[in-house]
Design a protein around this ligand. Structure first.
Ligand code: NCD
Length: 321
């Protein structure tokens, strides 16, 4: 593993498998009444969020806290970013706290990579524009593997606004690396040209979706659209919405959230037992714990790992009597 996690390409299949196994061991910790291990005690993690987030920011915060790190959360609104401070200056300012890791979400593709160059801390990309969102891909792989076991040969259709989706870009690569057959589907205006190079097939209609084992729906990323890519949301929904009629009883349904009910998904499928959407959120915490562990305490670059991390990361430190 490298110092940072910026994109799925930073991970070999064996890195992914090690992170998934580590996440399994943290799932056991999450089942305890006291959901905390001392692994990162005394280390500081900065969460720097320049874009709105519910799931990703809360799960990174919880993950760091459950590893006993000290956590600083900086959001663009209410910080000096509002006052025009540049990303570089903000990172320099926060570096004064000597963080072990910086988790960054930004509306700009490439921002996480820049921060990784400017900072000695391990940098984790929590979504940079339409580029990548590697921890989302890891938690999706984790969720699906928990449900299905081996992922070799599993057919996944990723449906919707692939063009503006960092979730899709990371997901295609991670699922493909784990042996899945990935197809992306959406209107031609929302499928990036040359996307096949990431390891997927392309379909412009839902006609063949019956063959999918898993349907992974995406939100329309309106905040990243500069023109109009579909005639209307109603027309989009008529052609591409996954509803009770299109979701077969043997298919699983995933979505990174937030869902726009009535657009990419009909309400009835969101609430169906075939949906793994809640499990995806649940997986976010343990997978992000595993990523932090991997970068800060695992076999990565030599860092001062505590003696606990060398042994069993889920071990609870004996309390003085
Ligand atoms: C996604 C994101 O922000 O990239 N959400 C998430 O992280 N769970 C997808 C989206 O906003 O549609």
């Amino acid at each position: 593993m490298r110092k940072d996690l910026i994109q799925v390409d930073d991970l070999a299949r064996q890195d992914i498998e090690r992170i998934l196994e580590r996440a399994e061991s943290f799932a056991e910790v999450s089942g305890r009444e006291i959901k905390k291990v001392p692994t990162l005690r005394g280390r500081t993690i900065v969460n720097l969020f320049y874009e709105s987030s519910t799931r990703t920011s809360s799960s990174f915060e919880l993950a760091a806290k459950r590893l006993s790190a000290d956590v600083v959360n900086v959001k663009s609104t209410g910080s000096a970013v509002d006052k025009g401070e540049s990303l570089k200056d903000t990172v320099q300012t926060l570096s004064a706290y000597d963080p072990a890791a910086i988790v960054i979400r930004s509306p700009h593709a490439g921002a996480a990579g820049l921060v990784a160059r400017w900072s000695a801390a391990a940098v984790i990309n929590a979504g940079d524009g339409k580029h990548e969102h590697p921890t989302q891909a890891l938690l999706d792989v984790y969720t699906l593997r928990r449900r299905l076991g081996a992922l070799e040969g599993v057919r996944i259709w990723i449906v919707g606004d692939v063009l503006h989706s960092r979730v899709a870009r990371s997901g295609i690569q991670a699922f493909a690396r784990m042996g899945c057959e990935v197809t992306v589907c959406g209107p031609p205006t929302l499928i990036p040209r040359g996307v096949e190079a990431l390891g997927c097939n392309v379909s412009w209609s839902l006609d063949g979706i019956g063959e999918a084992d898993v349907i992974y729906a995406l939100r329309m990323q309106n905040e990243r659209m500069t023109g109009s890519f579909v005639p209307s949301l109603r027309e989009y929904a008529a052609r591409y919405q996954i509803d009770g009629r299109r979701l077969r009883p043997n298919q699983l349904l995933m979505h990174p959230g937030p869902v726009n009910r009535g657009v990419e998904l009909a309400g009835e499928v969101v609430d169906s037992p075939q949906a793994l959407i809640v499990q995806q959120v649940e997986s976010g915490v343990v997978v992000r714990m595993a990523v932090l562990y991997e970068l800060l305490a695992g076999g990565g670059p030599a860092r001062e790992a505590s003696r606990f991390t060398q042994e069993d990361p889920t071990r609870v430190e004996p309390q003085p009597a």
